[in-house]
Ligand binder design. Structure first.
Ligand SMILES: C[S@@+](CC[C@H](N)C(=O)[O-])C[C@H]1O[C@@H](n2cnc3c(N)ncnc32)[C@H](O)[C@@H]1O
Length: 659
């Protein structure tokens, strides 16, 4: 067999496959789950029984997500559509408009002519360290895992363009078998380009389709006939207005003895049996020529249209003004996914897209009553998809998941080689290497000899939280104690009573509690989130790792008997975190809030999103109050989750005692 070789495909003569560890998924949020369903799910879980199906939106790298899906879904996915990065060598930005301040006193005319402030942030990167070699190895590993997930009746669609489609076709032929290739679909994705001088304009993407067997699900798709075709062929009309064309009754295959007979004095090979011809004749469906050759009437209203071919020019691209456009780079039209999903799956089938971006595949699957699993590594993609799904009327409950600390542990083990005497020693080496890596990304200087202090930056001490545990109040106290000792001691110690605490996760309410502790010990504290980009080699290489400070959220709860009104009263994120051009447009704290949601009865398990408000392009206003009536009196824990315009989330817990 012809084989495509790239650097990194083989190591010591052995083909390099994907990561194969299956990590447990963590449900970080449920959406649209009713109180009864929530209770039933808890009971099923407690009884060790299988819980009901929930569609899944997964925030994570496909490298860890796909192998983690295998134990549950190997051979069970009915349709896989992927629209991965195309190796464009570019980065894609997520552009959001900074919302207007509430009651800004401007009349409509002024706000209309006002230039919107755009907040531009990197959504994802399509640049590859070793160029095409890394891209192909990445595609090969993806294809291997997708093949295992695909069911016997399933189809895989891979959406690419001229840059890599020919290479990836070869990779897919190798992984799935060249004989499993079904189609190469050309989708005209853009209007003709005008500014092309020395070549033909490039305006199509290519979608490759494969299946594992010949027994794949297939629902033929049709498109309407063109007007000229109708005019030329459907020339006849019945008295009641039905349009028809005449189609010859002569069989194109001359070798059909059973269908060879004389009909009304003419002997030919016919398309239909004698009995069927008689029926058609009696029903007035046959029209005879001068030489007595029959044709039958083909009614336009009985035709399904033209069977869909592999060149799709009827699905226009999304543009700024399109109704569907939600400002996600490389967002695909719903009509494209609709055709693919209808052709290759049935209601109830499971659809997977592990590069879901703005959520097109999930949204269309939802609308067509398919089950779905959608994954993406960008926080903007997850947030955009969640909002998009919430906008679907009658959306079925779904969960938002990640691999949490397990993904980070796996990353730590894979990235930081160790060679110690025992596992404990190796783990220690890895942790040190990991901390130094993070300190470096935080542009801080390594500091040794302390248990809790790992570095210094601008005279402040820096603590790097572990990959697998949240930073707790006890940690903060210990860091503060050690910080004071360090300030008071020798030469290269910190010079300011300040500490930057970097963490992946923070214990509930840590921000407020720890600030009190810090104030009591006269030390300034800043909590900064270690962003997911730390796990993404491309983001690290490009210096795109930004440590955002935790937001501070204030809420007020008023209640009268069982009726509760919860209001957001303030929200702050350090202005340094907001790009300069957007900063000046922010006059009121509520402009920082893109979305917020409430769990009215948090039970220390998962955040159940029971109410939410968010900005959309069509409706950029957001509410700042939510109301709820409890069915039962008692003490309830309310959790409020805000997602700000930078895509980061902040939570706040409040207790209410309703009578
Ligand atoms: C071309 S876009 C998909 C657009 C999508 N079809 C839509 O209609 O919005 C590719 C997506 O792949 C995501 N991505 C890139 N590398 C990934 C990885 N290793 N794991 C998961 N998602 C990844 C990017 O964040 C981006 O959202």
């Amino acid at each position: 067999m012809t084989e495509l070789i790239w650097e990194g495909k083989y190591k010591d003569g052995k083909r390099q496959g994907p990561v194969r560890i299956a990590l447990p998924f963590q449900t970080i949020e449920t959406v649209n789950e009713s109180a009864q369903d929530r209770q039933r799910m808890l009971e099923l879980f407690a009884a060790g029984r299988e819980r009901e199906w929930r569609n899944r939106l997964i925030w994570g790298d496909k490298k860890y997500v796909l192998p983690s899906l295998l134990p549950e879904f190997a051979g069970k996915v009915g349709l896989i559509y992927i629209d991965p990065p195309f190796d464009t060598g570019a980065d894609f930005s997520y552009r959001a408009t900074v919302p207007d301040e509430p009651d800004n006193g401007q009349d409509d005319a002024t706000s209309f002519i006002k230039e919107p402030s755009i907040l531009e942030q990197k959504a994802y990167r399509d640049t590859w360290g070793r160029g095409l070699d890394s891209y192909l190895q990445w595609s090969y590993e993806t294809a291997l895992l997708l093949r295992e997930l695909l069911s016997e009746t399933g189809s895989l669609y891979v959406h690419l363009d001229w840059r890599v489609v020919h290479y990836v076709k070869t990779v897919l032929d190798e992984v799935l078998g060249a004989d499993r290739f079904q189609n190469e679909i050309v989708w005209q994705r853009s209007l003709p380009h005008g500014n092309i001088y020395y070549k033909f304009g490039s305006s199509h993407d290519t979608i490759l389709r494969y299946s594992l067997t010949d027994n794949f699900t297939w629902n033929p798709q049709f498109v309407a006939h063109r007007e000229e075709y109708l005019r030329d062929f459907y020339k006849f009309t019945e008295p009641d207005g039905r349009r028809y064309r005449l189609i010859s009754c002569i069989n194109p295959n001359p070798n059909r003895p059973n269908l060879t007979y004389e009909w009304r004095g003419v002997k030919r090979v016919w398309k239909f049996s004698r009995e069927r011809m008689q029926r058609m004749h009696d029903e007035g469906l046959l029209v005879y020529s001068k030489s007595n050759i029959p044709s039958y009437k083909g009614y336009l209203d009985e035709m399904r249209g033209v069977p869909m071919q592999d060149i799709w020019t009827d699905i226009p691209p999304l543009m700024g003004g399109s109704r569907e456009w939600i400002e996600y780079p490389t967002q695909k039209p719903e009509a494209l996914l609709e055709r693919i999903i209808k052709a290759s799956s049935n209601e109830g089938d499971l659809v997977l897209d592990c590069f879901v971006g703005s959520g097109t595949a999930a949204a269309v699957s939802e609308k067509l009553n398919r089950r779905w699993i959608a994954c993406d590594l960008s926080r903007f993609a997850i947030h955009t998809t969640r909002k998009r799904l919430l906008g679907i009327i009658g959306i079925t409950p779904f969960v938002v998941q990640n691999l949490g600390k397990y993904e980070r542990q796996a990353w730590q083990a894979a990235e930081f080689a160790a060679n110690g005497k025992n596992r404990l020693e190796e783990q220690r080496q890895r942790e040190i290497a990991y901390r130094n890596f993070v300190l470096d990304l935080y542009h801080s200087v390594n500091m040794s000899g302390n248990a809790w202090l790992h570095g210094t930056k601008g005279g402040r001490v820096v603590h790097v939280g572990a990959v697998d545990a949240p930073v707790t109040l006890t940690d903060v106290k210990a860091i503060a104690r050690e910080a004071w000792k360090a300030v008071a001691s020798s030469r290269d110690s910190p010079t300011k009573a300040g500490m930057d605490i970097l963490g992946w996760e923070f214990a509930f309410e840590l921000n407020e509690l720890a600030r009190q502790v810090a104030a009591e010990s006269r030390i300034d504290v800043a909590f900064k989130k270690i962003p997911r980009e730390v796990l993404d080699k491309k983001a690290v290489e490009q210096g795109d790792v930004k440590f955002f400070e935790l937001g501070a959220l204030s809420v007020q709860v008023k209640h009268e008997s069982r009726d509760v009104i919860l209001a957001l009263t303030d929200f702050a994120i350090p202005t340094d975190d907001i790009p300069a051009e957007a900063r000046k447009a922010i006059k009121h704290w509520s402009q920082l809030v893109d979305y917020w949601a409430v769990d009215w009865d948090f039970k220390n398990d998962t955040f159940h999103n029971q109410w939410q408000t968010y900005r959309t392009r069509k409706d950029p206003k957001i509410e700042t109050q939510a109301k709820y009536t409890y069915a039962e009196p008692g003490r309830h824990t309310i959790v409020v989750k805000v997602i700000d315009i930078l895509g980061n989330d902040t939570t706040k817990t409040v207790e209410v005692d309703v009578k």
